[in-house]
Design a protein around this ligand. Structure first.
Ligand code: CA
Length: 222
């Protein structure tokens, strides 16, 4: 599970789209149509992010944002109508983490959410990583290079995840065997070399994981 998202949106078409996409992406979505309901639901569930429309019946998104901020640091992404520049500024002033202008694509929404998670969540709880233009999501198992999805085997994924969690650290082949392969390593350290080579080829970023002669490998932040 990617966590619970509280979606505050009174427009059915936007709400349906966002709920369907995020649910497919592994999020649990609580969808409410008003700010009053949002404040109630926030008390009831551990919420990882609030997606908050500005134009709502009753309290508007700014008021709701202020009220949430008075008691919670939950990340808030505001959804604004097109060309409402003053709205965006006010949104950030009242404590929103970011804003997204309608109409937006679901992929754009998810990318923005992940960027906020990266900024706001402590490293040890992190499940999304970025290194240069490579991103990795441990929950959804998505890897992208320059925004495009890349298919990796399970071992290649685990290997990349280990490198991305240990950027700048020299890791020996034995350590990689232990952490990524555990007990079963048929080809010995040669297995590591083969997988690193495949990983570099699939990513198309040969300098991302550097070979250190005699010692092992090091992932380099670009
Ligand atoms: Ca609205």
């Amino acid at each position: 599970m990617a966590g619970t998202v509280l979606l505050v949106e009174d427009e059915p078409s936007v709400g349906e789209l966002v709920r369907a996409y995020l649910t497919r992406d592994g999020y649990r979505v609580i969808w409410v149509r008003s700010g009053e309901d949002a404040l109630t639901e926030l008390e009831r569930h551990p919420v990882r992010m609030v997606l908050l429309d500005i134009g709502l019946p009753g309290k508007d998104g700014f008021d709701v944002c202020r009220e949430i901020r008075a008691k919670s640091q939950v990340p808030i992404l505001m959804l604004t109508a097109r060309d409402e520049e003053p709205d965006r500024i006010v949104g950030l002033e009242v404590g929103a983490d970011d804003y997204l202008t309608k109409p937006f694509s679901p992929r754009e929404l998810v990318a923005r959410m992940k960027a906020i998670f990266r900024r706001t969540e402590p490293q040890e709880h992190r499940d999304t990583f970025a290194l240069g233009d490579v991103t990795l999501d441990r929950e959804s198992h998505d890897v992208t290079v320059d925004g495009k999805p890349i298919e990796l085997t399970a071992k290649e994924f685990d290997l990349l995840a280990f490198f991305m969690a240990n950027v700048g650290v020299v890791v020996s082949r034995d350590l990689l065997l232990d952490r990524v392969w555990g007990q079963e390593y048929p080809g010995g350290t040669r297995t590591v070399d083969v997988h690193v080579a495949q990983l570099r080829r699939k990513l198309g970023r040969p300098t991302l994981i550097r070979t250190l002669r005699g010692t092992g490998y090091k992932a380099i932040s670009q």
